[in-house]
Ligand binder design. Structure first.
Ligand code: PBG
Length: 335
């Protein structure tokens, strides 16, 4: 009679045991490799002209439209938590077709840049989002043609002027987010000519036409009044090569760092861009990514803190050097 099959099998023990490095918290921590640092995090912040009290953003629990005063206070808290940077978005009291408030030296964003830079500009990097959608009455990112298309080259002139106004107000870095062709070159030329050759450009190089921006359009009051942004932002279903082309063009035009946006649904893009470039890569964990986790947590359906951490570690693991996240202060405090 032959031996039962199980007798042969039970004599085989695995040679490789990956579980050895997972046996306890100390060894897991030692071999972790992907870690968040407060200094890698950038907090997006909103400031609204004419507000007397900070205004909660309904679709983004914990996020506020700030007054100039509450913005200063929140900027201090971020600096104390060790956050690496703040990126400011301004909402003007008066909007028009060309977004005049965007490059007004006394426009709300310029006032806020001066305030925040004076208060915390030595301990963290103060960035400005360089775009027009918060400032135009139609909510589009640029100047419109009579037929309602965004006029690329007319918009470039506006971006150049906006970036210069931001730099003069103390923006330590500008971040053009409008996805116009040639925007990085136009801004670089204008900054240099105005004596701001030292101000770096963090280019939103790879920006998808994403449903994940939904809550932001409440926060920044910039939902387009008609149409959408699909004639300039990238198609989520488009080829990966298109993202790499955008990155190469921006670098050739003088970008100092590049961004992929959104982050969580585009981890493959982050990885490819990281492999392709020799500048810092940022990723923007956008409003919808934030809102989904907060909403599920408010319902008691997920473990909020673990999910926030896991979502950020994934972005890091994909290759992002910097992460823009609305949880920056909370996460920095917990590290
Ligand atoms: C454009 C801009 C947008 C975001 C950042 N910059 C909105 C858009 O492109 O429609 C979205 C950020 C977010 O969703 O958190 N100024």
């Amino acid at each position: 009679m032959s031996a039962p099959v199980s007798a042969h099998v039970s004599a085989q023990y695995p040679v490789a045991r990956p579980r050895r490095l997972r046996r306890g918290p100390a060894v897991r921590r030692l071999v972790q490799g992907n870690r968040l640092h407060a200094a890698d995090l950038i907090l997006p912040m909103f400031v609204k002209e004419g507000l007397t009290e900070p205004q909660p953003v309904a679709s983004m629990p914990g996020v506020f439209q700030h007054t100039r005063d509450s913005l200063r206070k929140a900027a201090h808290e971020a600096a104390e938590a060790g956050v690496g940077g703040l990126i400011l978005f301004g909402i003007p009291a008066v909007k028009d077709a060309r977004g005049s408030a965007a490059d007004d030296p006394d426009g709300i964003l310029q006032q806020a840049l001066r305030d925040v830079n004076a208060e915390v500009g030595d301990s963290l990097v103060v960035l400005a989002d360089t775009c027009l959608d918060e400032f135009t009455d139609h909510g589009h990112c640029g100047i419109l043609t009579p037929s309602g298309d965004v006029d690329n080259d007319a918009t470039l002139e506006r971006y150049a002027s906006v970036a210069v106004a931001q730099a003069e107000a103390g923006a330590q870095m500008v971040a053009p987010s409008g996805m116009m062709d040639g925007q990085v070159g136009a801004i670089r030329t204008a900054l240099d000519a105005a004596g701001h050759a030292g101000v770096p450009i963090l280019a939103y190089s790879v920006k998808y036409a994403s449903a994940f921006y939904g809550p932001f359009r409440d926060a920044a009051e910039c939902a387009p009044q008609f149409g959408d942004r699909s004639t300039h932002q990238q198609d989520p279903a488009g080829p990966l090569d298109e993202a790499l082309r955008e990155v190469r063009l921006d670098l050739a035009e003088g970008a100092d760092a590049v961004m992929v946006k959104p982050a969580g649904a585009y981890l493959d893009v982050i990885t490819r861009v990281r492999a392709e470039v020799d500048v810092p890569v940022a990723a923007y964990q956008v409003s919808g990514e934030y809102a989904m986790i907060e909403a599920a947590a408010a319902n008691g359906w997920i473990d909020r803190d673990r999910m926030i951490h896991e979502s950020l570690v994934a972005i890091k693991r994909a290759g992002a050097d910097l992460i823009l996240t609305y949880w920056a202060v909370e996460v920095a405090r917990g590290l």
